[in-house]
Design a protein around this ligand. Structure first.
Ligand code: NAD
Ligand code: UDP
Length: 314
């Protein structure tokens, strides 16, 4: 049995990761300040004697003895990470410093949840790990993008300077049950709007693309990365290469919900990437043949079921 710390464990991805790690017979400590996460995401785990919950903010140091750390604490949706942009930078950078310092002290292995946002508005398509990205360092997304880029740098510097055992994954747009219905990400927005019969808000002309990964595929990739050979540090893309325009996504959601919602076109936010699709050859090679199993339609059906249930509770 391993003792594993998951920062941001009460969030969307973190809650699925905690659940899976417990199922595999580990002891899990979930640390969160509930900025965008919620206790309801992990309510079903609270009875498990091997699950512990800690209210803490990663911008402050924390001490605990564990074998592994998954560092997920950080708001992930543009609305939330732009709400207090300075705090977002602090969470990424000081959070990484505090967790890496902890890993160094207790000799734990540590995995960073980095992001495809490190590629910015990419000029290379699909994106490979050796692409350095095209990020506006002073734009509205920079608090998140540059914060995550600095965190990657910190991880690799703690590795080379202090021999901390690191793993870095770059997560591409991930969706599924327990996304926050109000956090403004495209999949949750479209589904909630369709279920309520409200207009579906397309930003720009809707021709920008994203590649959507179902959360179970990501969790599998994260755990395989943590257990990968010692000298494989990443960064490695973990995402589903099936690419869709936002118009295609809206049409799929309308069809699957049987909604009568109409499309409404709103201005495109600044620096919104025009295209995004992972090259996953490295993950396939290094993570034991890992590849995404759940395609968009199947994943959307499960996510729609979840939102349908929680909307009925309001
Ligand atoms: P989320 O907002 O649901 O989860 C983030 C969690 O971190 C929340 O529970 C939040 O309360 C917690 N948190 C935020 N600031 C904190 C702080 N200072 N101290 C302690 N806890 C804090 O988002 P998510 O989609 O589950 O994302 C989890 C991680 O994965 C994030 O690091 C995000 O950057 C990364 N990621 C997600 C995606 C995606 O598509 N969902 C893509 C790329 C990267
Ligand atoms: N988007 C949209 N309507 C919405 C929310 C988002 O058209 O109601 C677009 C957004 O402009 C972006 C894409 O969907 O081009 C993905 O947005 P999201 O915030 O989910 O993720 P990110 O931009 O961080 O990849």
């Amino acid at each position: 049995m391993k003792r594993i710390l998951v920062t941001g464990g009460a969030g969307f991805i973190g809650s699925h990761l905690c659940e899976r790690l417990l199922k595999e017979g580990n002891e899990v400590i979930c640390l969160d300040n509930y900025f965008t996460g919620s206790k309801t995401n992990i309510l079903h785990l609270l009875d498990n004697p091997y699950f512990e919950l800690i209210r803490h903010d990663v911008t402050h140091p924390y001490f605990i003895e564990v074998d592994e750390i998954y560092n997920l604490a950080c708001p992930a949706s543009p609305i939330h990470y732009q709400l207090n942009s300075i705090k977002t930078i602090k969470t990424s950078v000081m959070g990484a410093i505090n967790m890496l310092g902890l890993a160094k002290r207790i000799k734990a292995k540590i995995l960073q949840a980095s992001t495809s946002e490190v590629y910015g508005d990419p000029e290379i398509h699909p994106q490979k790990e050796d692409y350095w990205g095209n990020v506006n360092p002073i734009g509205i997304r920079s608090c998140y993008d540059e914060g995550k880029r600095c965190a990657e740098s910190l991880f690799f510097n703690y590795y080379s300077q202090n021999q901390v055992e690191i793993k870095v994954i770059r997560i591409f747009n991930t969706y599924g049950p327990r996304m926050n219905p109000n956090d403004g990400r495209v999949v949750s927005n479209f589904i909630v709007q369709a279920l309520k019969g409200e207009d579906i808000t397309i930003f720009g002309d809707g021709k920008q693309t994203r590649s959507f990964q179902y959360v179970d595929d990501l969790v599998e990739g994260m755990i395989r990365m943590m257990n990968s050979r010692k000298d494989f540090l990443g960064p490695v893309n973990v995402g589903n290469p099936n690419e869709f325009t936002m118009l295609e996504l809206a049409q799929e959601v309308i069809q699957l919900t049987g909604s009568k919602s109409k499309l409404s076109f709103l201005p495109l936010p600044a620096d919104d990437p025009t295209q995004r699709k992972p090259n996953i050859e490295l993950a396939q090679k290094e993570l034991g043949g890992w590849e995404p199993k759940v395609q968009l339609k199947e994943g959307l059906v499960k996510t729609i079921e979840y939102f349908d249930q929680i909307l009925k509770q309001y």
